[in-house]
Design a protein. Structure first.
Length: 489
């Protein structure tokens, strides 16, 4: 980053500055009051709220800052709001979980703030270098958070697997980026786009596309790069599993859309076909594998893989409408996925892990509000009206049909129907199995607020999605996605 940034750049960087200072303040607070879990949670919430306020303050700004490394536009702002809301809900649902696990809250919240900072940089990055820095900031934080419960062997195993496979996928992606730099002579996405316009059939570019798709495919857990997700989701602390499945996926899609929408529009025919194959394979593999799972976190992991396939439909469409549908779906998915994991956290007690299907037995009798909320989230994940999941899938499939990818839309609909099998299987355990003897799961105020926000958001976006649709449309236009149209087939 060039020295002596102008004051206007510093003003636009205020959200990142606030978040960085807040993360450092978290470490100081942890040293001064290491046992004050409520205080540490409050500091984390205050930092995230202040950062969100700084983002909203710059809501309609359009600028290129930090020497062209970052963009301040509607696309970046849309994702920053998602990341901060997801981080807020993760911190809220973590308070009870950390108390049960009896682990330190200071470093935990510090790493959540650092991961959020990395995501924000990824969404705003218009240069391969800044995108890489943001990706690594996020990834390293998640490597540590995955293995945060040190006495738990599953958590340690998940962290090691995630780190090794993540490093390998990063090396593949970096090689692809180096090829882009070698051909274009620049790492800036908007500067390399016109250079590639006359070299669409250069084999080096085709290899670069394949390598970058493979690297980002790992981050979004797209098949066949998904093998890490079930083990990592199962072994990681449950709030981190929720944060990882939502935040990391959304940030990786933001980076993917930036690179391919702004840097590689000339190669749209090649990468759209590649993403179409990935979407079909990812949806099918995720849903089929989820049908055989008895662990809720593994089931939701495979479900998350399938949802990555749905979002890829919007990328394949390659139109402003397709990108808008993908953004809408990512926001809706964040609410329903976080809500489902919040219910799983409710089942965690000192004498029970609470992540097996049998742990949900009789939940409707023991905690009817939690069972109803879980039913709502599962129906939304399956794409049932009148929920946000239905509206999101409807917009994705409509965008695919509008761009000429009718077969892809049909495969998406069939996969949605298939997914209802394992979602309704969870419902059967909650409502039809005998009640389990044991302590009744109890909501804490913070955990109840997460479930309430997620449930209300899931319903409101299904019944009245106009506000989010307008925001997603504006964000897609800011990205300039219309230039990447592959054309109907």
């Amino acid at each position: 980053m060039p020295p002596g940034l102008p004051a206007s750049d510093l003003a636009h960087l205020l959200p990142e500055i606030v978040l960085t200072i807040g993360a450092l303040a978290m470490l100081v607070t942890d040293v001064l009051a290491p046992a004050r879990r409520a205080l540490l949670t409050g500091v984390a919430l205050a930092v995230l709220m202040a950062t969100l306020g700084a983002v909203v303050r710059d809501l309609h700004a359009e600028a290129s800052i930090a020497g062209g490394l970052l963009a301040v536009d509607g696309f970046a702002t849309f994702f920053k709001v998602i990341f901060l809301v997801v981080a807020l809900l993760t911190v809220l649902m973590s308070h009870r979980y950390l108390a049960v696990e009896r682990v330190s809250a200071g470093e935990y919240h510090f790493l959540i703030l650092c991961a959020t900072l990395g995501m924000m940089v990824m969404a705003a990055a218009t240069d391969l270098i800044s995108a890489f820095i943001g990706l690594e900031t996020m990834a390293v934080s998640f490597y540590i958070l995955t293995g945060y419960i040190k006495p738990n062997p599953r958590s340690n195993e998940a962290a090691v697997k995630y780190f090794l496979l993540g490093a390998f996928s990063l090396a593949i992606m970096l090689y692809g980026m180096s090829l882009l730099y070698g051909v274009s002579g620049t790492t800036h996405l908007l500067a390399m786009a016109p250079v590639f316009a006359g070299q669409a059939h250069d084999p080096r570019l085709l290899l670069a596309v394949v390598l970058i798709v493979a690297g980002l495919g790992f981050k979004i857990a797209a098949a066949p790069f998904h093998m890490w997700a079930p083990d990592v989701y199962e072994g990681a602390p449950t709030p981190i599993t929720a944060f990882l499945s939502v935040g990391s996926k959304a940030a990786s899609f933001a980076m993917l859309l930036r690179i391919f929408g702004q840097g590689l529009p000339a190669l749209v025919t090649d990468w759209a076909l590649l993403f179409e194959v990935l979407a079909i394979v990812t949806m099918t593999v995720g849903n089929v594998a989820a049908m055989t799972q008895s662990n809720i976190k593994r089931m939701l992991a495979y479900s998350s893989i399938a949802h990555a396939g749905y979002v890829l439909i919007g990328v394949v469409a390659g139109t402003t409408r397709g990108v808008s549908a993908a953004l809408f779906y990512l926001a809706a998915y964040a609410l329903m996925q976080l809500g489902a994991f919040a219910v799983v956290i409710l089942l965690r007690r000192a004498d029970a892990i609470g992540d097996e299907l049998k742990d949900l037995s009789g939940l409707s009798g023991r905690q009817p509000l939690a069972a109803f909320a879980m039913l709502l989230f599962l129906l939304s994940l399956g794409g049932t009206p009148p929920t946000a999941g239905f509206m999101g899938k409807f917009r994705l499939f409509a965008a695919a049909i509008d761009s000429g990818h009718v077969a892809l839309a049909v495969i998406g609909v069939l996969n949605s129907v298939l997914s209802l099998y394992y979602y309704l299987r969870i419902v059967m355990f909650m409502y039809q199995r005998g009640e389990v003897v044991g302590a009744e799961p109890r909501f804490t105020p913070l955990l109840a607020s997460v479930v309430a926000v997620a449930a209300v958001g899931t319903l409101v976006l299904g019944v009245y999605p106009t506000v989010l649709i307008d925001a997603a449309d504006a964000s897609a236009r800011a990205l300039g996605a219309g230039a990447t149209v592959a054309g109907p087939r």
